[in-house]
Ligand binder design. Sequence first.
Ligand SMILES: Cc1cc2nc3c(=O)[nH]c(=O)nc-3n(C[C@H](O)[C@H](O)[C@H](O)COP(=O)(O)O)c2cc1C
Length: 372
Amino acid sequence: MYFVNNPLGGFGTLVRSALFRLDPEIAHGAAIRALSAGGPVVRRMGLQVRDPRLEQRVWGVRFPTPIGLAAGYDKSGSAIPGWCQMGFGFAEIGTVTAQPQPGNPTPRLFRLPEDRAIINRMGFNNDGAAATAARLAQLARVGRLHGIPLGINIGKSKVTPLEEAAADYCFSLDRLWPYADYIVVNVSSPNTPGLRELQEASHLAGILDELLDLNRTKATLTGRHRARPVLVKVAPDLTDEQLDAVVDLVRSVGADGLIVSNTTLSRDGLRSPASLVAEAGGLSGPPVAARSLEMLHRCVSRAPELPVISVGGISTVDDVWERLAAGARLVQIWTALVYEGPLLVSRLTRGLLQRLEDAGLTIPELIGSERG
Ligand SMILES: Cc1cc2nc3c(=O)[nH]c(=O)nc-3n(C[C@H](O)[C@H](O)[C@H](O)COP(=O)(O)O)c2cc1C
């Protein structure tokens, strides 16, 4: 699936449609296995686009392009070198939980082709923080961990009661800290019972305080490292007032940014058959785009200094341009990979570079240039 260069785009489409006929979770597993096994082959395909105009520093970290892989595709960091070779400018693994967990019973992943959307209720299936840390340590030993910046997204284990959430998040931060360029506190998945309640300021303040304390301690203990940037990922189903409260809290506790947004529980405006629409779980893809963009505008105008990673329904160069111009520092994609195939990343990056060239801009100049 991932081993086709641009001149072979037709072949890429063919392989993509073959995968599309498979059960979505089997196709996803095959893609991860192909990527983790096929690194050197993918590298030779030349899918990476690098140009100084695409680069920027965020939180002191250099991002070669602003287009990243969103959390949930590579939950346990099984295919990290492959993301760089596919052309991403950064990748976020996870959600990783303190305890390994199998996730919800299958089927739990559904394509909605008529809406180019996905519904998932995976439930944080992942290998757990300790096993994931061991995998990352091994990659670091052979110098294959940091081809591009790596975000690590952490969430609460299903078995952990909400009132013990802070300790659960801290366990994962402690294990994964050495390998992360940034850390994401996921309090917005709809598929872990009660998790979204942690977005309420009273819960979130407690979790962030403990995580930021541990983050500073680890930075001091290791001496040569500064504290990791800590971001909060929010749901598109927050009301505007709830979003404002999260933005204010993130600012006041000294966290470093936001990821906007996760999947939605809303089913508004879908064309897909009612039986599919009725599946429980989080909806992603174009149906989330409008709310995700609206929330981006709101965050940027409330806290212009707080970097936001925009995610939700991004699939074209216009989408990438619009989010960056609105003030997102970085963008991520997930669902569009399923519908457009793996060459999408390279195509978007080339398209973005062409538009920068036409406009005579660099990425830092584009960001926020059309802020509402
Ligand atoms: C199958 C699937 C699994 C996901 N798992 C996670 C996850 O574990 N953690 C997380 O923060 N977001 C997860 N997401 C949400 C994505 O990271 C992203 O926020 C959302 O899908 C919107 O982007 P998109 O429209 O480009 O897909 C998942 C999305 C999908 C489709």
